[in-house]
Ligand binder design. Structure first.
Ligand code: GLC
Length: 732
């Protein structure tokens, strides 16, 4: 009897759900395939409703609940998206409720935000993350950012930024993963997976946005927003790979770039956004403009007015208008006049709706209200941020085993960054909070204060010429056993619109080190910056040097771990540090010179101060010879190369092996060498570990032509690790 009643109840439930679904318009029926829901919804939309879905305004930074009516009036219920600046879901839910309840079709809005290297748990800037050579860890950090963001009302981040950059004068070099295309591609995929997971409808995941599509890192002279000379060949062999891999990884969106790509701005570039992205790569998400990048087509001289800019951007492939005020004003008219077809418009709207359905916004348009304690700074999140900070720091110099610090020392901690917090967050720090940051001084005090004595002196500011605090700093240094001097950049000296004419630190900072040198004590230089630096005058003055980058809220803990020796540094540079700014651009995979031994600068050395991949450890590693399972292969053969690495020092450590290939002769001149794989492993003291690389000949020996076609030519190749190489003969 009981069984019958359970079956009866279950049957009734099924009927109810079925009948309810039956009454629902198809697009609201979550049991239907997303494509069917998208198509059903678009058919129901008016022209005006379609156009409003292609617009993004801003929302937030106004918590005054008395203004909510004004805020709601400014956001039409049919609006597609906003950039959400609050860090609490309350306001979001109010505005979303209007979209759901006050619009005819109840289409939810999507809320975007720049979550670049953390939301509230701010971890190292992307350039630093690349120096960890630990994409798995970077992925975990991105997952933390996604969780904090989604729980705070953000569904979509304008990240990862994957612009290959070789000119450190460009402030945005901080936001990407360095000078190498493959490195950017690997960390791009890690970030996309961290943000999106396997299912974006999970309320701890967010949609990713590959930016800035494309070639923005080639900004001439490192000046922001300007012309970029990117030949079709260079477009494909340097800039496109990270985007191609990010699209393959399922990135929901891309952002079109400001820069003029050899005459056609990224936001009006039909080739990149439609021919390649939509037709060849079959990307079915959408492209959002950069802020104002549509209206800026006028300034760039390719659009006569806003209507023309709207038309050119839309026809090229920009789906959503971020804060240009162009699509909302002109698209209806352009469609009515037939300059934009209904088919083109519907395709754009479907792309936006598809991402919204995939995010689950139709089923869950609102963000559950939680406390800050539930949302932010979870212990597991802090641990990930700390580990990523530790692994991204690069030991550049360590003479006479100055590091790790000796116990029972008097340690002078000096410089503008010794007690600073805000600047350690780096650019694009989202809702990073100064009070969350552990300063260098505080971190050292907590770690070493028990049996060492810390002394402090500011010494100088970040810039200017005030030397009034030098004397006190020198006195402090003279009474110490060792001096830790903390120099570097302010938070806003890198990031957007933050170009600098030189990579050198302000003279006052260099002068402070000269002054401290008079104390005759060992000097450890810590550098916090968002770009490669010019260090040729500082390097000889100091005994040890650590590039800590802008590590985020766990700075002090990570620095203390490394200086105390609790952590063995394992970072290696993902961007070349030139000997001087005059060498820029200088990067490891330069193309071949006609006269490699000539054509040098006459007035300075021609090698960088620290090359790509450089980084020391507290232990030492010895590399054996590369072995290959065969040195004569054909396409399709299995080729495995391996190299033994021995930890020859007296402590455990982690080592990253970078695998490069060189193709001395090719129908298109190739870079002197190209990174194709890397692997980071821990090695106990005395341990030997084999690092191996399974080469896919079509992937790793191939090159790409100016149309983006990959090709492999027979001939000699070299597989290179450090100064070791092995020749591989590829036959037809
Ligand atoms: C900015 C940046 C872009 C950012 C966007 C939204 O101008 O170029 O990276 O995502 O506007 O803040």
């Amino acid at each position: 009897m009981k069984r019958i009643s359970i079956i009866f109840v279950f049957a009734m439930l099924l009927c109810t759900v079925f009948s309810q679904n039956k009454q629902l318009p198809l697009y609201k029926n979550a049991t239907k395939p997303i494509e069917k829901r998208v198509n059903d919804l678009v058919l129901r939309m008016t022209l005006e409703e379609k156009v409003m879905q292609l617009n993004q305004y801003t929302l937030g930074r106004n918590d005054n609940k008395n203004n909510i009516e004004d805020v709601l009036k400014q956001k039409p219920a049919e609006l597609g998206s906003v950039i959400y600046f609050n860090n609490d879901p309350k306001l979001r839910n109010e505005v979303q409720r209007q979209s759901i309840e006050k619009s005819r079709l109840g289409i939810p809005m999507i809320f975007g935000y720049d979550v670049i290297h953390g939301y509230r748990t701010v971890y190292p800037i992307p350039l630093a993350q690349a120096c960890s050579w630990n994409p798995e860890l970077a992925q975990k950090a991105s997952a933390v950012a996604a969780q904090e963001a989604r729980m705070s009302g953000v569904d979509w981040t304008f990240s990862p930024m994957i612009d290959v950059a070789r000119d450190g004068r460009w402030g945005r070099v901080a936001e990407g993963y360095g000078e190498d295309s493959y490195t950017n591609a690997v960390f791009c995929v890690a970030a996309v997976k961290g943000y999106q997971g396997d299912n974006m409808a999970d309320n701890k995941k967010i949609a990713a946005c590959l930016k800035h599509y494309v070639g923005y890192g080639a900004s001439e002279g490192g000046r922001d927003y300007v012309f970029t000379e990117v030949s079709p060949q260079t477009l494909w062999d340097t800039y496109m790979l990270p985007y191609q891999e990010g699209v393959k990884a399922g990135a929901a969106t891309l952002m079109s770039s400001f820069n003029d790509i050899s005459g056609i701005p990224g936001s009006a570039n039909h080739y990149t956004m439609t021919e390649v992205l939509k037709k060849r790569w079959k990307h079915d998400g959408f492209v959002v403009s950069d802020w104002g990048s549509i209206v800026q087509l006028i300034a760039q001289g390719v659009a006569v007015d806003r209507k023309d800019a709207a038309l050119k951007a839309f026809k090229a492939g920009v789906t959503m208008d971020m804060m240009n005020g162009c699509y909302d004003k002109y698209l209806v008219e352009l469609v009515k006049k037939g300059e934009i077809s209904k088919k083109e418009l519907d395709d754009a709207v479907k792309r936006v709706l598809r991402v919204k359905f995939r995010l689950g916004l139709f089923e869950n348009p609102y963000t559950p209200q939680t406390t800050e304690k539930e949302r932010f700074l979870l212990p597991v999140s802090l641990k990930i941020a700390e580990q990523l900070a530790e692994e991204s720091m690069v030991l550049l110099k360590n003479e006479n085993n100055t590091l790790p610090l000796k116990a029972h020392s008097k340690i002078a901690v000096v410089g503008p960054l010794a007690k600073s917090k805000w600047h350690l967050l780096g650019s694009w720090a989202a809702h990073g909070n100064t009070d969350d940051v552990i300063s260098i001084y505080d971190g050292l005090e907590a770690e070493l204060g028990k049996d060492s004595q810390l002394l402090y002196a500011e010494g100088c500011g970040f810039d200017g010429n005030d030397t009034s605090k030098f004397a006190e700093a020198l006195k402090t240094a003279a009474t110490s056993d060792v001096v830790v001097v903390c120099l570097g950049e302010k938070k806003d000296w890198s990031g957007e619109n933050a170009s600098r004419s030189t990579l050198a630190l302000p003279e006052i900072q260099e002068k402070l080190v000269v002054e401290l040198k008079k104390a005759g004590k060992p000097i450890i230089l810590l550098l916090s910056n968002g770009r490669p630096l010019e260090l040729n005058r500082l390097e000889p003055l100091v005994d040890a040097m650590v590039e800590i980058w802008q590590p985020g809220i766990m700075t002090g803990k990570a620095v203390a771990g490394i200086l105390s020796g609790r952590v063995n540094p394992s970072g290696k540079l993902a961007i070349t540090f030139p000997y001087s700014t005059g060498q820029v651009p200088i990067y490891y995979n330069q193309r071949k010179s006609a006269r490699p031994h000539q054509g040098k600068y006459q007035d300075i050395q021609n090698t960088p101060l620290y090359e790509f991949g450089y980084g020391l450890s507290y232990t030492t590693f010895e590399y054996g010879d590369i072995k290959a399972n065969s040195q004569k292969v054909k396409k399709g053969d299995k080729l495995v190369v391996e190299i033994p690495v021995t930890n020859t020092g007296d402590r455990d450590g982690m080592e990253t092996v970078h695998w490069f290939i060189a193709d001395p002769v090719c129908s298109i001149s190739r870079p002197v060498k190209e990174l194709k794989y890397f692997e980071k492993k821990s090695l106990a003291k005395g341990e030997i570990r084999m690092f191996s690389f399974e080469i896919d000949i079509n992937r790793d020996f191939s090159f790409v032509d100016e149309s983006g076609n990959r090709f492999v030519e027979p001939g000699d190749f070299y597989v290179i690790v450090k100064d070791k190489k092995i020749k591989i003969e590829l036959t037809d």
